[in-house]
Design a protein around this ligand. Structure first.
Ligand SMILES: [Zn+2]
Length: 295
């Protein structure tokens, strides 16, 4: 029995393992000017679980409809569950995690949650290409980061009208990222690490040894609460060096919100991986192509 992965764009995937369909995040609807699958969350007709990395709209928007249409249960942070309850999902259809829990998704598949970090979204306006080296911004207080974040909001307010309408529709009243989580799925075919934003705690990542790692490649990487002094490609390679998986899949690297995101050139990441993690192969996914990732 093989384990496969369908990419829906941004950091959303359908993981199919041991007869289960598990959505990793649920952001399927896109801004009108963003290329993608052309699907909406309402097109998902089969799902057993939705496992959510963090509460921002580009991860969570759509989970309320997939849960309603399929009866899928949601696993996510307390903030994710709060937003989904407001959106009409019954509380007994959801499981709150904060890191440290292992949830049995079936007799054969389990998922363990771990605390993580969000990318330093406050440090940039439009995202940069993954080989651009970013330095500085160390040791800032919450208030100083917040002041920088206001500039990002001004940037988003300047997006074209149809994108702004999409943002307004997708906002579900989140109070920030809600605490980013990473997950490790244990399946009969092997283990899969899942991350939906470019941040981590080093002491947690270095003890995980997944067979395949899904690693976010967008924005300014966050290492133990501070922005990486280097490029996003170097950040991704550092994470893969800590995890040492056989295969790595990128997430969040498509142009999901033109004017803010960028269409990531994967070659610099490939080059850094060859240097930092030569034993790991990059598994290139197109949209919804049912790529076999295990065994
Ligand atoms: Zn986010």
């Amino acid at each position: 029995m093989a384990t496969s992965l369908d990419w829906y764009g941004c950091a959303t995937f359908a993981l199919r393992a041991a007869g289960l369909t598990v959505f990793l995040d649920a952001y399927i609807d896109r801004a009108p000017n963003a290329a993608g699958t052309g699907l909406t969350a309402d097109d998902v007709d089969r799902c057993d679980w939705i496992v959510v990395g963090h509460s921002h709209f580009d991860h969570l928007y759509g989970a309320e409809r997939i849960a309603r249409n399929t009866g899928a249960r949601i696993v996510g942070s307390y903030e994710t569950v709060r937003i989904m309850e407001q959106a009409g999902v019954p509380v007994d259809q959801m499981i709150c995690v904060a890191g440290g829990e292992t949830v049995a998704l079936s007799d054969e598949v389990r998922v363990s949650a771990y605390p993580s970090q969000h990318s330093c979204v406050w440090s940039q306006g439009q995202m940069t290409q993954c080989d651009e080296v970013c330095l500085g911004d160390l040791g800032l207080t919450w208030q100083e980061q917040r002041a920088r974040f206001e500039k990002l909001l001004e940037h988003l307010a300047g997006l074209e009208p149809s994108s702004r309408e999409h943002l307004l529709r997708a906002q579900q009243g989140d109070r920030g990222d809600g605490g980013a989580l990473v997950y490790v799925f244990d399946t009969p075919d092997g283990s899969v690490f899942y991350q939906d934003t470019s941040g981590h705690w080093s002491a947690i990542l270095r003890d995980l040894r997944p067979d395949v790692a899904i690693v976010a490649a967008a924005g300014r990487g966050n290492i133990d609460g501070e922005p990486i002094q280097g490029s996003l490609a170097q950040f991704v390679a550092r994470e893969v060096g800590l995890l040492q998986p056989r295969g790595v899949v990128l997430s969040h690297h498509d142009n999901w919100l033109p004017g803010f995101s960028v269409d990531t050139d994967v070659q610099p990441i490939r080059d850094e991986l060859a240097r930092a993690a030569p034993g790991t192969g990059l598994i290139d996914l197109g949209y919804i192509d049912g790529t076999r990732i295990l065994p």
